[in-house]
Design a protein around this ligand. Structure first.
Ligand code: ADP
Length: 393
């Protein structure tokens, strides 16, 4: 029996002791009528089994108990008369039932504790990976800025040295090429820095009084050429909330809405329409940017706000700024979301499905707090007289 129950010669001696302790405990439990005499020993078995290397002691305490019960029963049947044997079984069965229950409970608790510990380790590792990723982005972005400034400087010097202003010299297209490349690279680096600022909670907003209609008119003017190139229409309906004074960081809001609008241009086929609309809600101004583009599948609608997330075939993505379906590094929407949330707002998208032929369109909703004064006390002081004037008006 010992040979069967234990694996490895070294274990047999200690197993003999364990069995003696087990049968002593059984004796105590029978004498006192209290099965809990078995618990300390069963607990130590269950703990040792789950904490040890698999197979070193035994293959599961419950299995071990089952084997023990079978072997004991074989022994009683061979040794005692039928009636006596039945009486023993009658007395011992409740004890074994208790032993099974206790072991199962203990094993489960120990396993759960082990799994929780492992989960905690995985969580710590993941947090470390996230942190190294953020550190890498921030270091890489800052390191790339210096050589980029050098290239931009040399390109400007070439232009100065070889070209008369407006002469259209032979080097012009070459230097224009360098300029385009460096501008795009700078945009990507700036995006990387913004992501790392937002992720580390270091994005400082410069709250100013603003009217969203002014911001959208400026944006529409800036994008009018791109819209024309794509034969699209960009309309801004002067909705009520857009005429209200509110406080926000104009530059950062401009950046956030420009991202949404350039996406709308990119993911809408030539000839499509983009509409900036919204409404005034109690305490909030809602802005909607609706396009007649290719749409976004519901299962991707959360993912697109995560950094580096791209939907569809990544290979097809080009880096065109307004080119149809031209992709970027996948940082635009995470930055937009971060900027809106830094303002205390929220952003989400509505779209029925993705279909490049039927073009169901997408609507991005942005909810911004309607602030009648800036949230930080320093800015509040600077705009105090203006706020008071408006309140008395
Ligand atoms: P990028 O444009 O750099 O790829 P973004 O974060 O701006 O990254 O957008 C992520 C993805 O979300 C895009 O690649 C595109 O698949 C999808 N997307 C964003 N805006 C729209 C839109 N208006 N219509 C359809 N798809 C969109």
């Amino acid at each position: 029996m010992l040979q069967y129950l234990a694996r490895g010669a070294g274990v047999r001696e200690s197993l003999r002791d364990e069995l003696e302790r087990f049968y002593d405990a059984i004796q105590q439990a029978v004498d006192t009528g209290n099965p809990e005499w078995l618990d300390p020993l069963l607990n130590s078995w269950a703990d040792a089994q789950t904490e040890s290397e698999p197979g070193v002691i035994m293959s599961g305490t419950s299995a071990f108990l089952a084997e023990l019960l079978l072997e004991s029963q074989r022994f009683w049947t061979e040794t005692f008369q039928e009636q006596e044997s039945l009486e023993i079984v009658g007395a011992l069965l409740p004890l074994f039932t208790h032993a099974f229950e206790q072991t199962a409970k203990r094993e489960l608790t120990t396993r759960m504790t082990g799994m929780q510990r492992e989960l905690e380790n995985i969580r710590t590792t993941l947090a470390q990976v996230e942190k190294s990723k953020a550190d890498f982005i921030s270091v890489a972005a800052h390191e790339l800025r210096t050589p980029l400034t050098l290239i931009e400087g040399y390109a400007a010097m070439i232009r100065d040295a070889f070209e008369e202003p407006g002469s259209g010299g032979t080097t012009t297209p070459l230097v224009d090429g360098i300029d385009n490349g460096t501008r795009r690279l700078r945009e990507i680096i700036d995006d990387m820095i913004d992501v790392s600022l937002l992720e580390n909670g270091l994005m400082a907003l410069n709250y100013q009084p603003l009217w969203l209609n002014g911001l959208f008119r400026t944006l529409a003017a800036e994008l009018s050429q791109s819209v024309q190139v794509r034969n699209q229409r960009l309309d801004f309906s002067e909705f009520s909330g857009s005429q209200e004074l509110t406080f926000g960081d104009p530059e950062r809001l401009f950046q956030a809405f420009r991202n949404l609008l350039t996406n709308a241009i990119k993911f809408t086929p030539d000839g499509g329409r983009i509409l900036i609309d919204g409404r005034l809600l109690p305490g909030f101004i809602e802005v909607t940017i609706k396009d007649t583009g290719i749409g976004i599948d519901p299962e991707d609608q959360m993912r697109i706000f995560q950094k580096f997330a791209q939907v569809g075939d990544v290979q097809l993505h080009s880096s065109g700024k307004i080119k149809y379906k031209g992709g970027g590094p996948g940082l635009g929407l995470p930055i937009t979301k971060g900027l809106i949330e830094a303002h205390g707002g929220s952003i989400w998208v509505e779209s029925e499905f993705y279909d490049e032929v039927r073009c169901p369109g997408s609507t991005f909703h942005v909810l911004l707090p309607h602030r009648r004064e800036p949230p930080d006390p320093v800015a509040q002081k600077s705009f105090q007289s203006m706020i008071e004037q408006r309140q008395s008006a």
